[in-house]
Design a binder for this molecule. Sequence first.
Ligand code: 4NP
Length: 164
Amino acid sequence: MSSYKLLFVCLGNICRSPSAENIMNHLVEQAGLSDSIICDSAGTSSYHLGSPPDRRMAVAAKGRGIILKGRARQFQKSDFEEFDLILAMDRENYQDILRLDSGMNYLDKVRLMCEFASHHSEQEVPDPYYGGSEGFNRVIDLLLDACDGLLQQVIKTEDLKGRL
Ligand code: 4NP
């Protein structure tokens, strides 16, 4: 059985989505599922192509024991086929992703990340780029919660199908 593939998407792919990708990888490793669940991230914009994660985001993540790896890339149409589930950080990301799906073929694959959080009531992962360190820490806390819920959901649904 092939791996289950998750793609996290934000605007620049230097703050929120690389954090989600690396937090999820951390949880997947802890669960012993690294061979079965693959994570990647992308941005809807091309603003920061090839850049490493934002330094302020990396500091906040490191404070929670997560090292941010990766380089920014832009979301592309082929990602709809390549990935099993696409997680948008906010509603604008969600709409920008679905704008590329003119045939509405992949609507079921695209979800808002905050749907999976159980200890936070936010509907979107707030863009921390123009704010202070508090905003970056909030992003990490929210993503730790949402990634945990997402992993439980993936385990539940994919285990049933015998995929994990
Ligand atoms: P991200 O944050 O979408 O979480 O990576 C941002 C990064 C860059 C910009 C905005 C948000 N920017 O305007 O350059």
